[in-house]
Design a protein around this ligand. Structure first.
Ligand code: UD1
Length: 377
C-alpha cells in the first residue's frame, strides 16, 4: 500500500522520524514523505531532517509563511496536485499544525484513508489555531492513534467508533529516547557546548512562541519582565522562535535580552537569547536544566518523559496527562505566579512524577503493526 506521511512544521519532524523508520522496515508499505514547507529556515526545518535521521522528503511543497488561510490553502492546492499524480492509499498526518488539516482535507476528498497520529488531544480553547486544526482533522479521520487515554476518551465520547481508535503511546518520546541514546558531545555545536560549560549551577531553559504570549506588546513585556527577574537569579537559556524574535524587536523589548557568552567564562545570570537550536543542541541543554518554562506542546511531554519540572505559560493544555503525573504545572500568563512557582522548582520542591503509560519508545512500531493489520498482513 502506498502511504503519504506529511510533515510541515518543526514539531511534526520529531513525530514522523520514528514512524518512517518503522514503516520503512515493513514490507507492507511504500512510504512517501511529503514536506509541505510550512517551516523553511534551516534552523526550523532542514537541520531536523538531518539530525533526526529522516531521509530526504520525496516531495517539498515549499508553501512558506502567510496568513492561516493562505498557508492552509497553499498546502491544499499543492498537495492535491501530487495526490492526483501519485495516488496514495493512505495519508498520515501528525499533530495539529496548519499542514495537518490542509493535507487531511485533500486526502479525504480524493478518497484516501486518513490516519491522524496524536489524535483526540483537546485544550478546550478554541482561540488556539491548533485546537481548530485538531477538531477539524479528527472530524474526518479514519484511523486514530492516541498518545494518552484521555485522548481516546475524547474521541469515543464524541461518537468515534472505538475500533478505529488505537492507544499506542507517544512517537515524540520514541524520538526523544532514540536521540538521547545517540547524543554525544560531538553531535553538539561548539557554541552550545561552551554555553553549557560556562554555567556552573542551576539553569532554566525557555521556549515561548505562541501568539497568546508574543503577539500582544503588553503581554510579551509582562512575560519578559517576569523572566528577566528570574534570570537575575539563574541563567535562562532562550532559543527564540522567529515569530518571537521579530515581535521582541518590533515592540522595542530587546533590552530584556542578554547575549550568550561566546568565549566561555562563567555565566551566573541573564535571559540568554539565541536563534532556534537544532534538536540535539537543545536536548543537550534542556535535559540537565533544573526547570523548563515553555508554551510548546511537545516539550511538556518530553520533560515529563525525563521527569524534569516543566512550567507551562498557557491557560490550558491539551496534554493533561503531563499535569496528572505531576511534571507539568500550568501558570498562564501570570508573571508573579510564574516567578513564585519557578523559584519553588529551583529550590527542589517539586513532587516526583511517573512516566505515562506506553511512553516507552515503541509507539512507531505499534502504529506500523496496527496499519499492517488494517492492510490484512
Ligand atoms: C506553527 C504551528 C504551531 C507550532 C509552531 C512550532 C500552526 C497553526 N502553528 O506555528 O502549532 O507550535 O509552528 O514552531 O500551524 N517563520 C520563519 N521561518 C520559518 C517558519 C516561520 O521566519 O521557517 C516566521 C514567519 O515570520 C512566520 C512566522 O514565523 O510568519 C510563523 O510561522 P507559522 O508557520 O505561520 O506558525 P508558527 O508560529 O511557527
Amino acid at each position: 500500500k502506498k502511504i503519504f506521511v506529511v510533515a510541515g512544521a518543526r514539531p511534526n519532524f520529531m513525530k514522523i522520524a520514528p514512524i518512517v523508520r518503522a514503516m520503512d522496515a515493513s514490507p507492507a508499505f511504500e512510504t512517501v514523505i511529503v514536506h509541505t514547507g510550512q517551516h523553511y529556515d534551516h534552523n526550523m526545518s532542514g537541520s531536523f531532517f538531518a539530525e533526526l535521521g529522516i531521509r530526504r522528503p520525496d516531495h517539498n511543497l515549499e508553501v512558506g509563511s502567510g496568513t492561516h488561510a493562505f498557508q492552509t490553502a497553499s498546502v491544499m492546492m499543492k498537495f492535491e496536485e501530487i495526490c492526483l499524480t501519485d495516488r496514495p492509499d493512505y495519508v498520515m498526518v501528525v499533530g495539529d499544525v496548519n499542514s495537518t488539516i490542509a493535507a487531511g482535507l485533500v486526502a479525504k476528498k480524493l478518497g484516501a484513508s486518513l490516519i491522524h497520529v496524536e489524535a483526540g488531544l483537546r485544550s478546550g480553547d478554541r482561540l488556539m489555531p491548533e485546537e481548530i486544526n485538531r477538531l477539524a482533522t479528527d472530524a474526518i479521520t479514519d484511523i486514530f492513534f492516541t498518545t494518552e487515554k484521555g485522548a481516546t476518551a475524547n474521541l469515543v465520547s464524541t461518537g468515534c467508533d472505538p475500533g478505529r481508535v488505537h492507544f499506542v503511546g507517544n512517537v515524540m518520546i520514541d524520538n526523544l529516547f532514540y536521540q538521547l541514546g545517540r547524543l554525544e558531545a560531538s553531535a553538539v555545536s561548539g557554541e552550545v557546548a561552551t554555553l553549557k560549560q560556562s554555567i556552573r549551577g542551576n539553569y532554566i531553559c525557555l521556549t515561548m512562541h505562541r501568539p497568546s504570549n508574543v503577539d500582544n506588546p503588553e503581554v510579551l513585556e509582562a512575560m519578559l519582565a517576569a523572566l528577566g527577574d528570574l534570570a537575575g537569579e539563574v541563567p535562562v537559556i532562550f532559543p527564540c522562535h522567529p515569530r518571537s524574535r521579530k515581535n521582541i524587536t518590533r515592540f522595542g523589548l530587546d533590552g530584556y535580552l542578554s547575549e550568550p557568552p561566546i568565549n566561555g567564562g562563567t555565566v551566573k545570570e541573564g535571559l540568554l537569547c539565541m536563534p532556534p537550536l537544532g534538536y540535539n543542541d537543545f536536548l543537550y541543554l534542556w535535559k540537565d536544566a533544573a526547570l523548563v518554562i515553555t508554551d510548546s506542546g511537545g516539550l511538556q511531554e518530553e520533560t515529563t518523559a525525563l521527569e524534569i519540572p516543566c512550567i507551562t505559560i498557557r491557560e490550558n493544555t491539551e496534554r493533561p496527562v503531563t499535569v496528572e503525573v505531576g511534571s507539568n504545572l500550568i501558570v498562564g500568563s501570570d508573571g508573579e505566579r510564574l516567578k513564585a512557582e519557578s523559584l519553588k522548582a529551583l529550590s527542589g520542591r517539586w513532587k516526583p512524577c511517573t512516566v505515562p503509560e506506553l511512553w516507552d519508545g515503541h509507539a512507531g512500531e505499534r502504529i506500523t503493526s496496527v496499519l499492517e493489520g488494517a492492510c490484512g498482513i
